[in-house]
Design a binder for this molecule. Sequence first.
Ligand SMILES: Cc1cc2nc3c(=O)[nH]c(=O)nc-3n(C[C@H](O)[C@H](O)[C@H](O)COP(=O)(O)OP(=O)(O)OC[C@H]3O[C@@H](n4cnc5c(N)ncnc54)[C@H](O)[C@@H]3O)c2cc1C
Length: 378
Amino acid sequence: MRTEFDVAIAGGGIVGAACAYACARRGLNVAVVERDVLGSGATAAGMGHIVVMDDSEAQFALTRYSQQLWKELIRQLPPSAEYEQRGTLWIAADGEEMDAAERKFFYYSARSVPCRMLNARELQEEEPNLAPGFAGGLLVLEDGVVYPPAAALELARKARQLGASLMIGQGVASLGQGQLVLEDGSSVRARRIVLALGADATRLRPDLPVRKRKGHLVITDRYPGFVHHQLVELGYLKSAHSNSADSVAFNVQPRQTGQLLIGSSRQFGAEHAEVDQHMLNAMLARAALYLPDVCGLSAIRVWTGFRAATPDKLPLIGPDRNDPTLLLATGHEGLGITTSLGTGELIADMLTNRPCAIPPEPYLPERYATVGVSGIPP
Ligand SMILES: Cc1cc2nc3c(=O)[nH]c(=O)nc-3n(C[C@H](O)[C@H](O)[C@H](O)COP(=O)(O)OP(=O)(O)OC[C@H]3O[C@@H](n4cnc5c(N)ncnc54)[C@H](O)[C@@H]3O)c2cc1C
């Protein structure tokens, strides 16, 4: 087994796998070192909603770029990736949320994202199982759904077909200065290292501005046609934006199997993987408010996972400010499935000195140079 590479990637989640594939496509010799199995971290816990978001111009740029990359990639993915262009239906509960939906509509329309406003009647026609009385909504047509662990595995396979080495079942004990030191004491040397450890990034680099943000998901038995789009309340944005309080929001996804994924919850400071019953209860009560008949469905499994949150809700993509051999690819919070492909392209472009398709500056780790772990960037 060779131990010297152009680039060695620590972490084989969807971000590490996407970086590996993008680097291998540019002709780099790549190694991926994964402690457990490929796609087993947050990637296995994620919902797989491929969604354009507009919290900031930078968030929009990365999510939209990535979504377009998904649309290209999907033609090459096997059916196990379960990609479907379901569209996102943002539900407006009242007039105030209808105003927010309209602002989103104008923002997206101005940037050529296909979407349309729905009034109360049209909303009910699209989703007859929704409770009556909502004001309307916004349907964003090109958002999709993917099965994240299968997609991550496939990205890694594609990288391997291009010559990448996959070192599975090997933990990285430390990294930097052009090498990964593994838990068995051996090392992997490379011109550049990519840290793609998701929420575990701070175990090896406690100085990074990344915090674990726990989430719960429920999956039901098969009920084909119960809902047709990814359904999200506009209040979700408040939950996702909050930097402190525990929160839940209505977020339901129809899977190709006919199952429903029911989310979502967000917690800081809960670093155990067990289900927190009070969060689960709150999440399901929220779901029942929007979809009353959900109470009659059978849930077959509940799990938790950890998002890697940064203070400004943008990932850290690019050179580490202390180690010239190291690039960071972490901090993707609740959008890492969506933005994995854009991240992979940005990292590969940086490593090969090519121009990036979108401006990389907003994601560069150097924005935290002067503020420390909990600070707001300048
Ligand atoms: C409940 C929930 C719902 C979500 N829903 C969505 C969604 O709908 N859409 C979306 O875009 N995003 C979603 N996300 C976010 C998304 O899942 C993550 O942002 C994404 O999976 C991050 O991928 P990653 O590769 O950075 O991290 P991970 O998937 O966590 O991968 C990191 C990898 O590093 C490995 N590792 C850790 N330590 C070591 C070590 N020392 N040595 C070697 N390997 C190591 C781990 O085993 C793991 O495989 C959701 C997340 C959660 C928790």
